[in-house]
Design a protein around this ligand. Structure first.
Ligand code: XUL
Length: 529
């Protein structure tokens, strides 16, 4: 019985999906929220409190405790891990973990009697990990872009201009502000390679998909870029694990996992970032379709055969686990913004959906620029909500405005990818809301399908584990076969665009662009009134 486990260490929760590839079945799926299950860490939505709103860190020990809670709850629920052949995972992209030179031995000595957080308490040279929501490294980004010869050169080499949440600028900031702690750091991991190290009982490499989210990797060569490394921090080359293909087997599972019934000999496969994993988890192993993930952040992504960076410097190119690349744009004001609007009007999610259903497409021309927190695309350094012809006291219109804004912004800012999708796969928590998916279909003028496995990143990781396992045993399988049967959209979930409404949104996109240019560049928007 070929069984594979995929984990996902995301911003707010740790999740797992257990699959059986013979039956093409998901056997178990579970998730634990950090705030709920581990309140002792004091996080809000998985992030530590900070006096500076630009700083977003999480405690890596919390992730270890969450992993233990998750696996033990799954065992209590009857999950049988003894038949698992290989494990892989997904880490929230860009986050980094800093370890002392004692970590290698501590990983090797992991045993099943005591929890991970007890055995690994002393291995961190930095207690908290900067994560993708951090936007405190503007100066470091400028310096790194400059060292590379400008934003365009940085994007051409690494797939993205230097972005605040990316790991290279984060490392530069750490070495600049805490040189002693930086010098005490022996190994810097991504969230993904850190957790792969736990499963492997030794330092795991970084896969090319997630490595591309650091502003440190030469995307065309899958190797560390010497100029980026030098621009980031002194001696960095000796602190980074090697870059490997996404189907690399790190070794056998650490003995620690006997605690949960895993068998000796099960394989530990390199982890990747949440976006490369989701690409596999929704079956985008060839070009043509795109996916929109409605999570803490919203992302818009697709497979990209040839390397082609965004000239505006807003989008990203990462390595795809199935070879080639993936293009992605990330909007920080995803669920975060929808939640803020819901909370502002003291609505439940049912009220929010009812409001979407009872307001007209186009919102009577009322537009919100939904920067409830600083935004990545377009670049908005400080939280700043603007309303155009939209009454702040009209709760229902504000619910529609936030969702329309998110979809219109995706439509405008994805133009560089050169795909006019006719099919969109919707994933993530908010994809359960048909009213949101209707707006998605109409704005993008594309058929939208929903996915039943809520966690496409964890599913993608499980499928990657399966691919790597077969390759390891000399029987490499085509990706279409690997994902087949797992990444089918929910039956009857298709939502077609309405042609008239799609036309209306086509015009509204220009109005939205004018509002955006007015708010961000001071351009006149009166001709659109
Ligand atoms: C992508 C990004 C987010 C995180 C969320 O560049 O920053 O989607 O990956 O975990």
């Amino acid at each position: 019985m070929p069984r594979f486990l995929g984990l996902d260490c995301s911003t707010q929760s740790m999740s797992a999906v257990l699959i059986d590839t013979a039956d093409r079945a998901v056997l178990a799926e579970h998730s634990v929220s950090y705030d709920e299950k581990l309140p002792e860490y004091g996080t809000t939505n998985g992030v530590l409190p900070s006096f500076n709103p630009a700083i977003a860190h999480s405690p890596p020990l919390m992730w270890l405790d969450a992993l233990d809670v998750l696996l033990s709850e799954m065992c209590d629920m009857g999950a049988d891990f003894s038949q698992v052949s290989a494990v892989s995972g997904s880490g929230q992209q860009h986050g980094s973990v800093y370890l002392k030179d004692t970590a290698g031995q501590a990983l090797a000595l992991l045993h099943s009697e005591r929890p991970l957080s007890v055995q690994l308490r002393d291995v961190f040279s930095r207690e908290s990990s900067p994560i993708w929501m951090d936007s405190s490294t503007a100066a470091e980004c400028r310096a790194m872009n400059e060292a590379m010869g400008g934003e365009e050169a940085m994007a051409a080499a690494t797939g993205s201009v230097a972005f605040e949440r990316f790991t290279g600028p984060q490392i530069r900031k750490f070495s600049g502000e805490e040189l002693i702690n930086y010098k005490n750091t022996d190994t810097i991991h991504m969230v993904s390679s850190f957790l792969a190290s736990i499963f492997s009982g030794r330092h795991a490499p970084i896969d090319r998909g997630d490595g591309a989210g650091m502003n440190l990797m030469d995307l065309s060569r899958d190797s560390w870029h010497p100029i980026c490394l030098e621009a980031a921090a002194p001696g960095l080359v000796g602190k980074l694990p090697p870059i490997v293909p996404s189907d690399t087997v790190v070794g056998e599972l650490s003995r620690y996992f006997e605690r949960y019934g895993f068998s000796r000999g099960a394989l530990s496969v390199v982890w990747s970032g949440d976006n490369p994993n989701s690409l596999i988890g929704v079956g985008l192993v060839e070009p043509g379709r795109i996916a929109i993930s409605l999570g803490t952040s919203d992302t818009y992504f697709g497979y990209m055969p040839e390397l082609h960076a965004d000239p505006a410097g807003e989008g990203h190119v990462f390595g795809a686990p199935c070879g080639g690349f993936m293009s992605l744009i990330c909007f920080k004001n995803g669920s975060l913004a929808r939640e803020r609007v819901r909370d502002r009007y003291e609505y439940s999610w049912d009220d929010f959906s009812r409001a979407l259903g009872s307001t007209p497409p186009g919102n009577g021309g009322g537009i919100m620029l939904p920067y409830w927190v600083s935004e990545i695309v377009p670049r908005v350094p400080e939280a700043h909500v603007r309303r155009y012809r939209l009454d702040e006291d009209d709760a229902d219109a504000n619910c529609r405005a936030v969702v329309e804004a998110q979809m219109l912004s995706m439509k405008l800012h994805s133009r560089w990818m050169d795909v006019a999708p006719t099919t969109i796969y919707a994933t993530g928590g908010a994809s359960a809301n048909p009213e949101i998916l209707k707006i998605m279909a109409d704005v993008h003028n594309a058929a939208v399908y929903r996915f039943s496995v809520g966690n496409s990143a964890a599913l993608g990781a499980a499928l990657r584990a399966a691919h790597a396992f077969h390759k390891h045993h000399g029987e490499e399988m085509p990706w279409n076969e690997i994902v087949g049967g797992f990444t089918e959209p929910v039956k009857d979930s298709r939502i077609d665009p309405d042609p008239d409404t799609a036309c209306l949104y086509q015009e509204m996109a220009e109005l939205y662009a004018a509002c955006e240019n007015h708010a961000l560049k001071g351009e006149d928007w009166s001709e659109h009134v």
